[in-house]
Design a protein. Structure first.
Length: 116
């Protein structure tokens, strides 16, 4: 299993970004899994951001991003997304994609910087 994040960058407060996590080595349609986004700011521990499950696509969000971020997936592209709106400086972090498919897998991360 490989996970490759993209879409990070620098944005002003109030702006938006969409992160992507392209997965290979398993199928969104045929597998049982939980996909998640985590983030880690400098000097802080990695924290949960959002998750989405396989069948039914149930979602969960951290309180800090509820109502601003949206997690989704495209089964045909085997890709997960994180739409981030109303970004704040405290959202600045390295964002990681995580997949639990029998075992746990992580991507390499994509940097998001929110600054004026």
């Amino acid at each position: 299993v490989q996970l490759v994040e993209s879409g990070g960058g620098s944005v002003q407060p109030g702006g938006s970004l969409r992160l992507s996590c392209a997965a290979s080595g398993f199928s969104f349609i045929e597998s049982r899994y939980v996909l998640s986004w985590y983030r880690q700011a400098p000097g802080k521990e990695r924290e949960f951001v959002a998750s989405i499950t396989d069948s039914g696509g149930s979602t969960e969000y951290a309180d800090s991003v509820q109502g601003r971020f949206g997690i989704s997936r495209d089964n045909r592209k085997n890709t997960m997304y994180l739409q981030m709106n109303s970004l704040k400086p405290e959202d600045t972090a390295m964002y990681y994609c995580r997949a639990v498919v029998r075992n746990e897998y992580w991507g390499q991360g994509t940097q998001v910087t929110v600054s004026s």
